[in-house]
Design a protein around this ligand. Structure first.
Ligand SMILES: Nc1ncnc2c1ncn2[C@@H]1O[C@H](COP(=O)(O)OP(=O)(O)OP(=O)(O)O)[C@@H](O)[C@H]1O
Length: 473
């Protein structure tokens, strides 16, 4: 292996001859244009390599200074390089140092979930050559091909001891059970009536525009359905994360820039419960309600006297709701106190068709439902600062939990938010287009505005399938 010179060698076990195994794209050998994969190595610096082991040749090279002379017998049919460059997003982590099967660990390139890789050479069916973008290095590194990485993932997966999967937990479900025993009168225990009469802040009417999608019952239904399903298997709850990662270690991506006349991209905020996703979303819409809008959710509960269908909710029958579920019309849905609630693709479409930017918040398992050719969702992960920092900044903040609305934060909440964020990031970071740390609220709002503008107006990597409309998603 001649990494420093940008090539690797192999020994033919039958003939004992040494061949150039591969030339690393952008390396010295490649740039010289003199060495090709398949060339037979005869001499190095005038010394015959006949009968030598590859390791002995490496030692000769290591002792060499200045110019190095290779004498080779060129391969008769030099391959014509007619490959097109492929861009992919890594859906898995890879570390060559931990891979005993890589032909040359030093020539390998590590990557993490979410990294965008430029695949510059796919000649070898097992080992591709790639650069990590943005790249400052001219030289590519070895990465496993799709088929090889899939195989590795499958082997790794099967070698793991069975662990019942625990989905990311909704805030304070266990503590709240205890709280039920000793109701803190500073908090308000949640019941449907309380919620429906306490909607004020969340459905505020500004300049004649309703802030849709902030209803507490909707948020609670999400928490309830989340906590009640924690015993369900991983495959049922989050097929988007574990299983599809096994199936697609790389996702082909292309550069996409929205044409000013195209519909806006959906902005989907994801974050651990309590981190401030709704606060940020609400503030964004309040800053510019003519530009930003939430999606009006659907529910099967009957409307209150002051509610209008299509404003607070789309009020529909259970039968119709179930039909929409059956036809995959919901991005997310759940049940709360016998009523169904959900955010539909149609509700998002309505906002986008009106020329506005639709901003919603979703649970991470719903990310796949918005990563479609039509919605072209831009995913912003809202990340908490450290627990210590949250303790300083969230003194007046209030939580909506399974059992209470507007409960002040406790120390355990900060820890839970921090841990939940770590799990979320670990499991879903490959889908995050931006990460926003919600430290100071003012700052976070400014950052979110910048992120949203960038998402709409600047080129971004998106799944290649989005630009091939016939291949949804
Ligand atoms: N950066 C911040 N600094 C101080 N307080 C904040 C900040 N961000 C949010 N808060 C406050 O924290 C509380 C929880 O925020 P929010 O309701 O937006 O949580 P969430 O992430 O939407 O969680 P959930 O989905 O469980 O309701 C609110 O009182 C909100 O005003």
């Amino acid at each position: 292996m001649l990494v420093r010179w940008g090539a690797t060698i192999r020994r033919n076990e039958l003939s004992g001859e040494i061949f150039i195994a591969r030339v690393i794209h952008g390396g010295l050998a490649d740039r010289s244009g003199l060495l090709y994969a398949g060339d037979r190595l005869v001499e190095v610096n005038g010394q015959s390599v006949e009968g030598l082991e590859p390791e002995q040749i490496i030692q000769i090279l290591a002792r060499s200074h200045g110019t190095i002379m290779f004498k080779v017998v060129p391969i008769s049919d030099r391959p014509v390089n007619n490959q097109t460059t492929l861009y992919v997003r890594a859906m898995a982590d890879y570390c060559p140092q931990q891979d005993p099967t890589i032909p040359c660990a030093d020539a390998g390139m590590s990557f993490h979930k979410g990294d965008v890789l430029e695949i510059v050479d796919q000649t070898d069916t097992l080992w591709w050559q790639a650069k990590k973008l943005p790249s400052t290095s001219a030289c590519a590194g070895l990465v496993p091909s799709t088929s090889l990485l899939k195989r590795k993932q499958r082997e790794f997966w099967w070698s793991q001891p069975f662990q019942p999967h625990t989905c990311i937990k909704t805030l304070s479900t266990v503590d709240e059970e205890e709280d039920m025993m000793a109701i803190d009168d500073k908090c308000v225990e949640t019941d449907e009536e309380t919620f429906e009469s306490e909607e004020g802040e969340f459905s505020r009417n500004i300049e004649g525009i309703y802030l849709a999608g902030f209803r507490r019952s909707l948020r609670l239904c999400r928490k309830r359905s989340h906590s009640s399903s924690q015993q369900q298997s991983c495959h049922y709850r989050c097929p988007s994360s574990c299983y599809s990662a096994l199936a697609n270690p790389y996702e082909e991506v292309v550069r996409y820039q929205r044409h000013p006349e195209d519909k806006h991209r959906l902005i989907a905020l994801v974050g651990p419960s309590g981190v401030g996703v709704n606060e940020l979303r609400r503030r964004l819409i309040e800053i510019d309600p003519k530009t930003f809008h939430g999606a009006v959710p659907h529910t099967t509960r009957p409307p209150k006297t002051y509610e209008e269908s299509g404003r607070e909710y789309h009020f529909i029958s259970k039968e119709l709701f179930e039909n929409m579920v059956y036809n995959h019309r919901f991005i997310e849905y759940g049940e709360y106190k016998g009523n169904l609630y959900g955010t539909s693709v149609d509700a998002v479409r309505e906002v986008l068709s009106g020329g506005k930017i639709c901003v919603i918040d979703i649970e991470p398992h719903a990310i796949q439902a918005v990563r479609t050719h039509e919605l072209k969702a831009y995913i912003v992960f809202v990340k908490p600062p450290s627990a210590a920092r949250m303790k300083q900044t969230r003194k007046n903040a209030q939580l909506i939990t399974n059992y209470y609305i507007n409960r002040p934060f406790k120390d355990e909440d900060y820890q839970e938010i921090e841990e939940s964020a770590k799990k979320m990031e670990h499991q879903y970071c490959q889908y995050f287009d931006s990460v926003l740390m919600n430290d100071g609220l003012q700052d976070s709002c400014v950052q979110l505005l910048t992120i949203v503008r960038r998402a709409q107006d600047e080129p971004q990597w998106v799944p290649a399938s989005w630009l091939r409309p016939s291949h949804e998603p």
